[in-house]
Design a protein around this ligand. Structure first.
Ligand code: PLP
Length: 344
């Protein structure tokens, strides 16, 4: 039997190994069956071993895995077209993870500021946010546990409480080096925190007035999970920049940084790149994810099933000892407990 002996101790995994999956179910090495409510941390939105995804991966792997971004990649162009079509954005940069998608967003904001002659451009970020584990994204993250021991952190982030419009207005009045707001429409790792229904609308207005970029981290809220393709679509606004990963590939590693006309022209040849980012295998798979969400009407499903589960959870769990609150949007649902569980 293999063990953890030669793995760095970045995780403290539970003593269970899954051997196969189908739809919403997983089977462990003892053939015990589980209902998978975690979905690989919001990744496997279509479930496990979805035939359309398996078929696409097999076909693409048999044709072409990787050529590099030095050549045209039709699967990448096709996926960018699809993503812009469903989001209303204009241009896409592809990465291999969520943190890297956010790195691209942060670099866009920095370049935007520096090109506009803003000295020491700063990005407003939130308490209890999560944006990743690279140096810039952990510095943007509002969780000391993620940052502790990795100082010096990357400079240029101003932190405010989540869902607090006035805190941002105060900064707008007193600082002239802010260039962007980076925010999750619903905080995921922060504990399924749902802001006021007009929070994003207020942020949009402030960004318009101040000429800041509104950058939404939809890595966890995107790809249909909340009952819209993207959570900002509940608010009838458009961000300037949006990042995706997690459910975009249903299990293959892919991230994306999308931008509108204004922000999409900022990165030019030589400013940014990735060896693997946007390779044919990942892009063909993500295209199949979008096609499948559409073909199976899964956005409506997330909305309907989500409110059914949320109502049922509220009904059956809210009054139990130890349950503080049940909350959610679509199929992004959390049950806040009195007791904290050991974190991984
Ligand atoms: C998971 C997550 C990330 C980081 O994505 P990785 O692929 O783990 O780098 C960033 N932002 C949010 C909101 C996330 O949920």
């Amino acid at each position: 039997m293999a063990s953890n002996e030669h793995l760095m101790k970045t995780y403290a995994p539970l003593d269970v190994t899954f051997e196969h999956g189908e739809g919403a179910y997983l089977w462990d090495s003892q053939q015990q069956k589980y209902l998978d409510a975690l979905c690989g941390i919001a990744v496997c939105g279509l479930g496990h071993a979805h035939p359309a995804i398996t078929r696409t991966i097999c076909e693409q792997a048999g044709r072409l895995l990787h050529t590099s971004n030095l050549y045209q990649i039709d699967k990448q162009q096709q996926l960018a077209d699809q993503l812009c079509d469903i989001s209303g954005m204009s241009r896409v940069f592809f990465s291999n993870s969520g943190a890297e998608a956010n790195e691209a967003a942060i670099k866009i904001a920095r370049l935007y500021g520096n090109r506009n002659k803003v000295e020491n451009p700063a990005i407003i970020v939130m308490e209890h946010s999560f944006h990743g584990r690279t140096m810039a994204t952990l510095s943007a993250t509002g969780n000391r546990k993620v940052q502790a021991g990795f100082e010096p952190l990357v400079q240029g982030f101003i932190r405010v409480p989540y869902n607090d419009v006035d805190a941002i207005k105060n900064i707008a009045d007193s600082n002239n080096n802010v260039v962007a707001i980076l925010v999750e429409p619903v905080q995921g790792e922060g504990g399924i925190q749902i802001p006021a229904s007009d929070y994003l609308n207020h942020l949009r207005k402030i960004c318009d007035r101040q000429n800041w970029l509104l950058m939404l981290d939809e890595i966890q809220t995107g790809m249909g999970r909340t009952g819209q393709w993207f959570a900002f679509q509940h608010n009838n606004i458009q961000p300037d920049v949006m990042t995706l990963a997690k459910a975009l590939g249903n299990g293959v590693p892919i991230g994306a940084c999308l931008a509108n006309d204004k922000a999409g022209e900022i990165l030019q040849p030589g400013n940014h790149g990735s060896t693997f980012g946007g390779n044919p295998l990942m892009c063909a798979t993500a295209s199949a994810v979008i096609d499948t969400i559409r073909a199976e009407n899964l956005i409506t499903n997330a909305e309907q099933l989500g409110s059914y589960i949320l109502d049922s959870f509220k009904d059956k769990l809210s009054s139990l000892d130890g349950v503080r609150e049940v909350r959610g949007l679509g199929l992004m649902i959390g049950i806040e407990l009195e007791k904290t569980v050991p974190s991984w």
